[in-house]
Design a protein around this ligand. Structure first.
Ligand code: ADP
Ligand code: MG
Ligand code: MG
Length: 990
């Protein structure tokens, strides 16, 4: 047969685009006329069948009707002119090769009609097998095969498939009939049905068909064929297929191809069967045939789970010859396609037939292992290996997962509850919370991981989501609010878990007769959508053990141009970042160091004294100046005023400068830690950024506390009586401990303190803190604070240098908008740095630079670059200031709706907005580098860890991207992808 096909191929040629005889478009391609590159026209399945035919693999003969024919059908509702004639010619070709004829009462040909678009997608029509059987051919086939049982089995399958797929009869109705007969057999399996039973089933199916459709099952094989092909075409515009394409951004005008292929039969007894196998293990990536085989079965039986199939390796023992033959075919296919293949095959009376091949879907782990192994085996290049692994695979590999054994145990113990959509990957266990406030309170407590359970979520729930370990919703799909938000935050999530009934009032959810109450443990697997009762231990990812991933990332490092740095505030984060391969710290936020609880008192003291200190110091300066030129008679009054103020200043200075000094000591330790960890690599330290009042308690909380304390002065027990919420309890404890156990004393101690805080907070309140006194503005208004920070940095740097440790500190100013801001700060801070270095007798090489977070800074980058050796795009703020959104308000109130309605294509806080924010960045890089050629430019916003944004940074020619330590591996891969893809594009442009 093979030689026949070869000959035909040379006669017909592979690239005709019109039908020779008629000049009409060529709608039908014999398998030997197509090839793997023709996916657009022939669909994935058709192109695969053609390619396998060319390779000389045993493929039953057939042809593919093109996607163009489908599109023509969609437009007119009819087969386009010439199509049917070409189908008949195609049939003639199959008939010639098989020696059988469709509908021949002596030697009938049976075929399958199989749909197959360019991308495989759910919702497309199922394939129909055994077309060509009717009341006449069934007998002929029985005589020919001498296997009556097989023939009736095939006929009942055709009736059910045709009825369900072409005529939309509910498949359960056929299933019910079948079940009834299976029940009567001893083994209750389909293989136990006798020939007589199958004959009766056929009769019942036919009358079911008649009563559902209102006419008989078509006896004409051509009619069957025509209807099946039309049904494939119609399924392209079925609702499920359309929804799927819309969601996955697959164009609607691709159309699907239809394949018509001679049947081979796996249901002809025990030396027949059907199977599906991967050339490598799709879950671990191990190099072994992996799959299943079901003897005496047809088509979908393996996946449909009608009987338990055998493992493909078992075939090795039961049918060693077949196994070897299949293994050889699998190897040919994998080498030819140079990728892991997913293969369908059938064995008919001991002969192997290959029916489909495609690149196999694989787990993240398998993706990495297969890529590394194939490159090592020399099947693909290292670059290809790098490109084969998607950034999302790396994300998945580094997420916590359930311990497989623990999960299996939970299942055995009957703790499996339900399955929803795997909306955001990763596994989580925690206490069920049904209210976002409750989830927040729980989640703030390290020991109380929360799983937020909702019917669905809305922007009002975001604070609860933020503090949860996982989210479970009863409704909503892959683009629901919960799914979108959790994916963005990297929190595991299961949505659309329809079988759970959530009752907010009762604080519980039910699945069947099981009840999970508030505070009960639940476990969710966002990678699979499964939900369990109780706790399942998670395995924390361990990068050091991921040797394949490390190999792959080393190859990626060899390709990429962009460096990958990390955002880290603490030495332990910096350590992790280095472990993950970070080449520097792009953002060390010093204010986090202020927030540590043991420092908060010092910070409060500093902030409370600062404004007073500045006011009094200014007044004293003014008085002294006045003294110089004042008339003699005025001098005593001035002197008196001065002598009154000087002790005040002294006191304030003790509080303000004294607190700063204490902080300096603490910050020096912080910097020593991080610079030591990062020795040899740059560390960008950003000076204080948030408005000072962010370090103070909330105005509202203070107001409540002061009011309560005032009211309780006469009757301290009122505090005890009214303490209901956890917050009240915490406050009560605070008062008690302030009084050394005595409530009344506690009130007297605490009240004046809180009053002072309240006044200070009231005085520093801003109507728009995001745009208020923060960033470099703070350093200009309160230079003592930033000078203290710079001293701490350089003291640490000098000390380490003396120890022989190579340190590369870079001092970064936040939120500059005008070059003058930088000029002023730079002068003051460099003077401070110089003083320290002189005092310590050590020189440290450092850089001074700025964040770019304000459009004005980007636009005047040439001015700014005169005072900065480096730029770092703070794209969170830059996105806020460019759009004029405050992120929290926007994400909480309208931004997600904007995305849903298509007003914005995506959330610009997750994916960099290239047209707006990106344009500013481009201008900024150009203008900055014009003034300073070696200007170091990077990005430290969250976008620094987003693959698409990383690609854009590569295009802009940035020096590095900086992201959270956990994203570093992803960024290393994404940076390599950006570079390799651009190379490919460039060579394609040429
Ligand atoms: P899907 O796209 O859902 O995999 P397929 O077109 O591959 O659908 O067909 C469904 C099942 O029928 C598969 O198991 C396939 O191997 C089998 N099948 C399809 N065509 C034939 C044929 N000509 N002979 C035997 N089995 C077939
Ligand atoms: Mg298939
Ligand atoms: Mg910022």
């Amino acid at each position: 047969m093979r030689s026949v096909e070869r000959r035909r191929k040379t006669v017909i040629g592979a690239s005709e685009s019109s039908d020779g005889d008629t000049g009409l478009p060529k709608y039908v391609y014999l398998f030997e006329e197509g090839n793997a590159s023709m996916r657009d026209l022939l669909g994935g399945k058709g192109a695969g069948l053609a390619e396998m035919t060319r390779l000389g693999l045993p493929v039953p003969p057939g042809f593919t009707i093109t996607t163009k024919a489908c599109n023509a059908y969609s437009r007119s509702g009819r087969f386009p002119p010439g199509l049917w004639k070409q189908v008949e010619e195609g049939m003639a070709s199959i008939e010639a090769k098989t020696g059988k004829v469709l509908g021949d009462p002596a030697n009938p040909l049976l075929v399958s009609v199989r749909s197959g678009a360019k991308f495989s997608m759910p919702g497309m029509m199922d394939s129909i097998l055994n077309l060509g059987l009717n009341d006449v051919t069934v007998h002929a086939l029985a005589a020919l095969t001498k296997d009556e049982r097989f023939v009736w089995d095939a006929y009942r399958r055709l009736l059910a498939m045709f009825g369900r797929i072409v005529k939309n009869i509910d498949g359960n109705k056929f299933g019910a009939v079948l079940e009834r007969y299976k029940e009567q057999t001893p083994g209750k399996k389909d293989t136990d049905l006798t020939t007589d039973m199958l004959r009766e089933i056929v009769a019942e199916f036919r009358s079911l068909y008649r009563s559902e459709v209102g006419e008989d099952f078509p006896q004409s094989p051509k009619e069957q064929l025509r209807e099946a092909i039309a049904a494939v075409f119609r399924s392209w515009n079925g609702k499920r297929a359309v929804d799927y394409r819309t969601f996955n951004k697959i164009p609607h005008d691709l159309g699907t191809a239809a394949n018509v292929q001679a049947m081979v039969f796996g249901n002809m007894g025990d030396d027949s069967g059907t199977g599906v196998a991967f050339t490598r293990n799709p879950s671990t990536g191990a190099k072994e045939l992996y799959g299943e085989y079901l003897p005496n079965a047809q088509g979908e039986d393996v996946v449909a789970g009608i009987r338990t199939p055998m493992k493909i390796v078992e075939l090795k023992e039961s049918h060693p010859d077949l196994y070897v033959e299949f293994a050889r075919a699998a190897d040919v296919l994998e080498r030819h396609y140079r990728d892991l293949q997913d293969i369908e095959f059938t064995i008919e009376r001991g002969k192997l037939w290959v029916l489909q091949t495609r690149s196999g879907k694989r787990s993240a782990r398998a993706a990495v292992k297969v890529a590394v192994d194939m490159a090592t085996e020399g099947i693909i290049s290292k670059q290809e290996g790098v490109l084969r692994v998607e950034p999302i695979h790396v994300v998945h590999l580094l997420l916590p997962q359930f311990d497989d054994r623990a999960k299996a145990a939970a299942r055995r113990e009957g703790r499996y509850l339900a399955k929803g959509l795997n909306a955001s990957p990763g596994a989580a266990s925690g206490y069920a919370a049904f209210d976002p406030d409750e989830a927040e309170t729980m989640g703030r407590d390290e020991k109380k991981p929360a799983i937020l359970v909702r019917v669905e979520t809305s922007p009002d729930d975001v604070h609860g989501i933020l503090h949860s370990k996982g989210v479970l919703t009863a409704r909503g799909g892959a683009t629901s609010h919960a799914a979108v938000v959790t994916r963005g935050l990297g929190i595991p999530c299961v949505t659309g878990c329809e079988s759970i009934l959530v009752d907010y009032d009762a604080g519980e959810f039910r699945v069947g007769d099981k009840v999970i109450r508030r505070g009960d443990f639940v476990s969710i697997d966002g990678s699979t959508g499964e939900v369990f009762e109780g706790r399942i231990p998670t395995l924390e990812p361990d990068f050091r053990k991921e040797t394949d991933l490390q190999t792959l990332l080393e190859w990626a490092d060899g390709e990429r141009v962009l460096e990958v740095w990390a955002n880290a505030d603490y030495p332990r984060d910096a350590e992790r970042a280095r472990e993950f391969g970070a080449q520097g710290i792009g953002l060390d936020r010093t204010e986090h160091m202020f927030m540590e609880t043991d420092r908060l008192d010092v910070v409060h003291e500093m902030i409370l004294a600062a404004p007073e200190y500045r006011r009094v110091a200014a007044e004293i300066r003014a008085l002294r100046q006045e003294m110089v030129s004042a008339r003699e008679d005025k001098k005593p009054a001035l002197a008196k005023r001065l002598s009154l103020l000087e002790p005040v200043l002294e006191n304030l200075s003790r509080r303000y400068l004294g607190s700063l000094e204490k902080l300096e000591g603490l910050q020096r330790e912080d910097f020593l830690g991080i610079l030591r960890v990062m020795q040899g690599l740059p560390v960008i330290i950003r000076l204080i950024d948030p408005p000072l009042h962010e370090f103070l308690p909330k105005y509202e909380t203070l107001l409540v506390h002061v009011t309560k304390l005032t009211l309780a002065r006469g009757d301290p027990d009122v505090l005890v009586r009214t303490a209901r919420s956890e917050e009240d309890q915490a406050f009560l404890a605070e008062v008690r401990s302030a009084g050394g156990g005595d409530l009344a004393r506690g009130i007297e101690v605490l009240l004046p303190k809180k009053q002072r805080l309240l006044e200070a907070v009231a005085a520093s309140r801003e109507s728009n803190p995001m745009l208020g006194l923060r960033g470099c503005r703070l350093g200009i208004m309160f230079p003592e604070i930033t000078e203290m920070q710079v001293r701490a940095i350089f003291e640490a740097a000098c000390r380490l240098t003396r120890e022989g440790i190579d340190v590369k500190p870079e001092v970064m100013i936040p939120l500059a908008g005008h070059a003058n801001e930088l000029r002023i700060l730079r002068e003051a801070l460099e003077a401070e740095a110089k003083k320290v270095m002189e005092r310590e007798g050590v020189q440290v090489a450092y850089k001074f630079g700025t964040m770019i977070e304000i459009p004005r800074a980007a636009l005047t980058a040439d001015e700014i670059a005169r005072h900065a050796e480096f730029f770092s795009f703070g794209t969170n703020d830059l996105t806020q200031t460019t759009f004029g959104y405050s992120r929290d308000d926007a994400e909480g109130k309208f931004l997600l709706d904007y995305v849903k309605q298509g007003i914005l294509p995506f959330n610009p806080f997750q994916v960099l907005d290239r047209e707006g924010v990106g344009q500013l960045m481009r201008v900024c890089v150009q203008r900055g580098r014009k003034v300073r050629k070696d200007l170091e430019v990077g990005i430290c916003g969250e976008h620094g860890g987003d693959p698409e944004s990383i690609e854009f940074c590569h295009e802009l020619g940035l020096n590095y991207v900086s992201c959270s330590p956990f994203r570093v591996p992803v960024a290393r891969l994404a940076a390599a992808h950006a570079k390799l893809r651009h190379e490919i594009e460039r060579t394609e442009d040429r």
